[in-house]
Design a binder for this molecule. Structure first.
Ligand SMILES: *Cc1c(COP(=O)(O)O)cnc(C)c1O
Length: 224
């Protein structure tokens, strides 16, 4: 696709987000984070040129390389992947706008130690394993509210902004929907939470209809 064709294509994706959000309400605003993990710096720049600003990666090393290559551009970088303890310092060096995948109290404590030592803070979302899948990271739905409060209490340098979840791995739409509803129900009960990050290329409309206000779109945003 040339730039004009790509813009028309992306306008189509944005229209799909629009019609899903309008089913919720006129006031329901949804932010798109373009997940660039399968794309290189020049592809990110193409999407930037047609208006996208927020990008996300799931590996610290990839985030580092792409953010460095594109440092001249006013991009907002998100980190959406599982964070290993030995990569915490590398991630904090990059000062991401939002960490979507805080998935245990232990990781929160490790982050707090490093953040405290650097006198910096980090905006983060608690990842919820809403369909209780073996293969997925995240806290169990029944533990989420208490853990959220405990992290707020014990980790002053982590600013919890809400929750993140990956839709159930299923062909059955009702099962996926149920996993989004589980996450949204937790989100709604959290004091001060403003971000409910759920929905990917294959299920973002359903996620938005279930209350998501941040979608993480990878494959559908890039011209492959
Ligand atoms: C890769 C990834 C996405 C985007 O996936 P697509 O299906 O390509 O849209 C979203 N969230 C996380 C955590 C990811 O790792």
């Amino acid at each position: 696709m040339n730039e004009i064709e790509y813009k028309i294509y992306i306008d189509g994706v944005i229209r799909r987000v629009e019609s899903a959000r309008l089913k919720v309400s006129d006031h329901h605003i949804v932010k798109i984070v373009a997940i660039s993990k399968y794309s290189d710096a020049s592809e990110i720049e193409k999407l930037y040129r047609i208006g996208q600003r927020a990008f996300g990666e799931n590996k610290v090393q990839d985030l580092k390389e792409k953010a460095q290559k594109l440092e001249e551009l006013p991009l907002e970088w998100h980190f959406v992947g599982n964070l290993q303890k030995n990569k915490i310092n590398n991630l904090l060096d990059l000062n991401p706008a939002l960490f979507h995948a805080l998935d245990s109290l232990e990781l929160a404590h490790e982050l707090q130690k490093k953040l405290g030592a650097r006198e910096m803070s980090l905006d983060a979302l608690l990842q919820i394993n809403s369909a209780k899948e073996e293969s997925k990271h995240g806290v169990m739905p029944e533990d989420a509210a208490a853990l959220y409060a405990q992290i707020q209490d014990e980790c002053p340098n982590i600013n919890l902004k809400g929750v993140m979840s990956i839709g159930a791995h299923s062909e059955d739409k009702t099962i996926i929907k149920k996993s989004f509803e589980t996450t949204y129900a937790i989100y709604k009960e959290l004091e001060g939470a403003t971000i409910c990050s759920m929905g990917m290329s294959g299920d973002f409309e359903l996620a938005i209809e279930c209350g998501s206000n941040m979608v993480r779109l990878g494959s559908i945003m890039f011209d492959k």
